[in-house]
Design a protein around this ligand. Structure first.
Ligand SMILES: [Cu+2]
Length: 312
């Protein structure tokens, strides 16, 4: 507490934060001492050994063993200390405690999805119990992303075709911000999520009532699918224009396509829009939607259609 460079760090909410922060402070403080020492020495010597007269000559110095050993050995020791400290800290961050609670994380353009042991999912909200280590097993559906929670000092790349993991522990109930910290396209800066930390009891209650995909009426399932696939990052529900047309009032809407034809939004058109978005482009928009072929099956597409019908 109360270290010089504290202002550079967000609040620390994980027990592993202390060791990360201690090294951060050490490096910064050593750098500051060296910077001041070197600057003062430069100024002092520049004044002391300035040229005083025309025939003021610098004596020829070939070397100075004592000095050279000093300025090699001290930085070497410092580097070794920093390396050792960083390496052991890193090992600690890689070694997941045995009793960790596991959550699966999927990153995709431009949202996060979290899946729990009972099959429940929560788009853009990572719910965890306080005081228990949490292991996140992460994968990307499309491009490189990076999972970053500054308050837990946790940051790790999330990549396609390969699982990566991180662990952290949240000390107190509360909320923390998750960022994507690997530039991943147009709405990268909107690729946000929240960590919501519950008391352990409260977490179990939440888990028992959380949405399990495939349960509920088709409309409910459709709503959940739209949320977990982050369709909303491009399609608003309130009529506002995002990257794609709003879903509000979409059912039965007459629309002009970029090729001049007009269509009426029905089951077939929605299905085609999801599986082959490039087939017809709505006038005024670009072909920016990726196909959900292989990601959404027929039942799921039906559920989404049922849900879209309700958005009047
Ligand atoms: Cu991203």
């Amino acid at each position: 507490m109360g270290r010089l460079f504290d202002f550079m760090l967000p609040e620390a909410k994980s027990p592993t934060a202390d060791s990360t922060d201690a090294l951060f402070h050490f490096i910064n403080e050593v750098s500051l001492v060296l910077l001041l020492g070197i600057t003062i020495a430069i100024i002092y010597f520049a004044v002391k050994y300035r040229r005083r007269s025309k025939d003021d000559k610098t004596p020829v110095i070939t070397h100075n063993n004592a000095l050279e050993v000093t300025w090699s050995v001290i930085p070497l020791m410092l580097t070794l200390v920093i390396f050792w400290w960083g390496y052991t800290g890193w090992l600690n961050l890689r070694a997941v405690p045995d009793d960790a609670y596991e959550v699966k994380v999927t990153g995709f353009k431009w949202a996060w999805n979290f899946e729990y042991e009972n099959g429940a999912v929560s788009p853009n909200e990572l719910h965890v119990p306080a005081g228990r280590p949490i292991k996140l097993v992460m994968i990307s559906r499309d491009v490189l992303h990076s999972f970053y929670v500054p308050e837990y000092r946790v940051k790790h790349d999330v990549i396609p075709n390969r699982y990566t993991y991180v662990w952290f522990e949240a000390e107190e109930p509360g909320e923390s911000q998750v960022y994507c910290t690997e530039y991943c396209g147009t709405s990268h800066s909107m690729m946000l999520a929240k960590v919501i930390v519950h008391e352990p009891e409260e977490f179990n209650t939440w888990l028992a009532t959380a949405n399990i995909p495939g349960s509920g009426t088709p409309v409910e399932q459709g709503k959940a699918l739209v949320e977990t696939n982050a369709c909303q990052s491009c399609h608003s529900l309130d009529g506002s224009d995002l990257i794609g047309p709003s879903f509000k009032g979409i059912w039965g809407r007459e629309e002009l396509m970029s090729d001049g034809t007009t269509i009426t939004v029905d089951e077939n058109y929605i299905r085609e829009s999801i599986l082959n978005p490039g087939a017809k482009i709505v006038d005024g928009y670009q072909n920016q939607m990726a196909s959900y072929q292989g990601l959404l099956d027929d039942d799921q597409i039906d559920a989404i259609i049922e849900y879209l019908k309700t958005l009047e």
